[in-house]
Write a protein that binds this ligand. Structure first.
Ligand code: PBG
Length: 327
């Protein structure tokens, strides 16, 4: 069979039929909303490189989290900026740090909102690397216990999910063991399993004040040239106890999202990162693209590739646009 018997345009013709045969849908419940938390009270600092994004003290983070929940977004992920940095990143497991405080306040005010926390040392170390440094190298095994301390402190504050983004080998296992030993077997791990050494993280490093002070992250984050390696990373993380795995960035790595979601049965997340957000905001501000249409198209594409959910700075806006579109 072929043309003229087959005419694929038939199913595109009416809005109703188009909707009926649609293979993928985008919904507010697909999103996780990232928030940056700073110490103090009643403080907001806009992030210049990410229009619409701000750093907030824990009290104001609660308000922003409520806005997300009200828009139908089921989860947030918190990134912290500590009051002080040191070589070990020891503020990362300070029980009164901004993330710990924000987790507790948000869970108290909005118990049904899923609270995830990013587990990584780069915002907390004075050298800006994701692990501890020894002789100018990132010391994998010495980093594991610190990451585990950090994850446990987030669990103690009430986090539902911890999300290690450091890319040290063995960190998922170390975190799972530590959580279980401390009585947090209910806390889930979303592992940044296939995290690439990407230039698309540029604006985030301004937001989180986490740029490496020497060298770069290529000794621990993945080479953008590799996709088979992503499957190995994911397999190892699942073996170590990851409940969910993430591919990051999203837009330039749709093939990796597809490969991972076809090969594994755990939920696959994708992180639409800061550079993706800022590119869209800049082009939209210049009047070159229709932000709403572009965002809804590209987030849908990430789902089509196989992501079950998406971390995106557009979460609240996209949720509202979807609500308007669906009446
Ligand atoms: C911390 C971390 C980074 C991002 C999430 N967690 C930055 C990095 O690895 O340098 C990037 C998120 C974004 O760009 O939106 N390791």
């Amino acid at each position: 069979m072929g043309f003229p018997e087959q005419r694929l345009r038939r199913l595109r013709a009416s809005g109703g039929l188009r909707r009926l045969v649609r293979e993928n849908r985008l919904d507010a419940s697909d999103f996780v909303y990232p928030l940056f938390v700073i110490p103090g009270k009643d403080r907001t600092e806009p992030v210049a490189a990410m229009p619409g994004v701000a750093r907030r003290s824990p009290d104001l983070a609660v308000q922003e989290a409520r806005r997300a929940l009200d828009a139908g977004v089921p989860a947030i992920i918190l990134f912290g900026l500590p009051a002080a940095k040191d070589a070990e990143g020891s503020e990362a497991w300070n029980p009164t740090g901004p993330v710990q405080e924000a987790v507790a306040r948000i869970k108290d005010a909005l118990p049904e909102l899923v609270v995830m926390t990013d587990v990584c040392l780069c915002q907390y170390t004075d050298h800006g690397h994701c692990g501890v440094v020894k002789d100018g190298q990132i010391d994998n095994d010495a980093s594991l216990e610190r990451l585990a301390l950090m994850a446990v402190s987030h669990a103690q504050a009430g986090a539902d999910v911890v999300a290690p983004s450091d890319m040290m080998d063995g960190r998922v296992g170390a975190i799972r063991r530590a959580l279980d030993e401390e009585g947090f077997s209910r806390v889930a791990i979303l592992s940044y399993a296939a995290k690439y050494a990407s230039a698309f993280y540029g604006p985030f490093r301004e937001a989180a004040d986490s740029a490496p002070q020497f060298g770069d992250r290529r000794s621990y984050q993945m080479d953008p040239a590799n996709s088979r390696e992503a499957l190995l990373e994911v397999a190892l993380d699942i073996e170590e106890g990851a409940d969910m795995v993430m591919v990051k960035p999203a837009l330039a790595y749709l093939d990796v999202i597809a490969a991972v979601s076809q090969s594994f049965d755990v939920p696959v997340a994708a992180y639409a990162v800061s550079g993706e957000y800022s590119m869209i905001k800049a082009a939209a501000a210049a009047g070159w693209i229709d932000e709403r249409a572009v965002v809804l198209e590209y987030l849908l594409a990430i789902k089509r590739a196989g992501a079950r959910f998406i971390l995106t700075y557009h979460a609240v806006e996209a949720a509202r646009w979807l609500e308007e579109a669906n009446g």
